[in-house]
Design a protein around this ligand. Sequence first.
Ligand SMILES: Cc1cc2nc3c(=O)[nH]c(=O)nc-3n(C[C@H](O)[C@H](O)[C@H](O)COP(=O)(O)OP(=O)(O)OC[C@H]3O[C@@H](n4cnc5c(N)ncnc54)[C@H](O)[C@@H]3O)c2cc1C
Length: 394
Amino acid sequence: MHTRFPNAWDVFIAGGGPAGLATAIAARRHGLSVIVADGAVPPIDKSCGEGLMPDGVEALQQLGVTIPEGYAHPFGGIRFVSHGMKAEAVFPRGTAYGIRRTHLHRVLVEYAAACGVRTLWQSAVTGLHPEGALVAGELVRARWVVGADGTSSRVRNWANIDPHEPDVYQSDVHQPDAHKLDVSRNKTLRFAFRRHYRIAPWTGFMELHWGSRSQVYVTPVARNEVCVALISFNPKLRLRIEDMLEEFPDLASHLKEAELASSERGAITVTRSLRRVYRDRSVLVGDASGGVDAITGEGLCLTFRQANLLGDCLASGNLARYQRGHRAMFRRPAFMAHMMLFMAKHSHLRQRAMQVFQSSPRSFAGMLAMHVGEGSARNHISNGIALGWELLKA
Ligand SMILES: Cc1cc2nc3c(=O)[nH]c(=O)nc-3n(C[C@H](O)[C@H](O)[C@H](O)COP(=O)(O)OP(=O)(O)OC[C@H]3O[C@@H](n4cnc5c(N)ncnc54)[C@H](O)[C@@H]3O)c2cc1C
């Protein structure tokens, strides 16, 4: 077969988003030759809450990547706001950052280039081949093929990695018939929109506002800008940010004078784990390999941690180890996602939990510590029992 790419690479990566670039960097650190192909042009934007939790910052640092001054805005903790009640806690360790997706992408692209990663932009991956993968129909030879092509991964299907996966994810949230998605096949499929507002952050926290039909979270991303992301179960996609603000009077009062700094961008978000994440020489990473609901703010952290491990496992040729580690990493964020979705669905319980968090800030701090992977299992269990007891007393 004729090809523009005569060299054989150790690793071919489909998708140059956070997962693809992070994996490329990790593999280069082990001395592997790496080529990445993405259909888009950098810096790539995406609908995202743009919060990078302290454990995510640490996972990025383990890849050798630091966020340059001026690219991101620090925040010290999380605040929940629900029907007039507020609860907040600072992170037990480290700092989180709000960072525009385009800035994060720039940082990763530059670092990958400095590490010697070859990138092909505006280059869609069109299939797999026994000797590698096809980019716009042309063969790129590689020993390993990594699918870092996001939630609707085509590599996952081509490589037959998770044949049980419903094709609901192939739908595009922007399509007019997106409301016809068969949501019943996966209860945790949700719909999200994000938009930026030009306003100085009014708090040093990332805020999560709980409403009856949706949740909105606000991340400070610059000295004069916040990112607002709205997530709901509503498949009819009628819950756009502007329409929903009346349900969040506190938030609306902050945003009413603020200039819009970006257009609205939609996405689907879903919590799901795959039965396997590799087959033969093909392997998945990031959202392609499963993920957690956006409400957790843990997607990027999980992605960077997986990338770190995958680089190591590609170098040793042991993808079974990657699969085991991947499964273990997934448990905590998935548990948090299910817990938060439970709160989203059950307003009575949520309000009771908010009362407990408000009257006992330690219990909220304990939950936040668990969320970002800090503290011992013993602390988490005793905190969970104390919280459960307070809820039962309600
Ligand atoms: C609304 C929303 C809010 C979120 N908020 C947060 C948050 O605050 N904090 C957080 O940590 N996480 C958050 N997440 C999760 C986070 O965005 C994802 O976990 C992260 O983007 C995963 O990165 P990825 O590289 O796996 O996928 P993506 O970012 O989707 O990148 C996939 C890449 O693959 C490319 N691609 C796809 N198909 C092909 C093809 N055939 N050929 C070539 N290229 C291809 C695409 O162009 C894209 O660049 C949020 C998600 C959503 C939806």
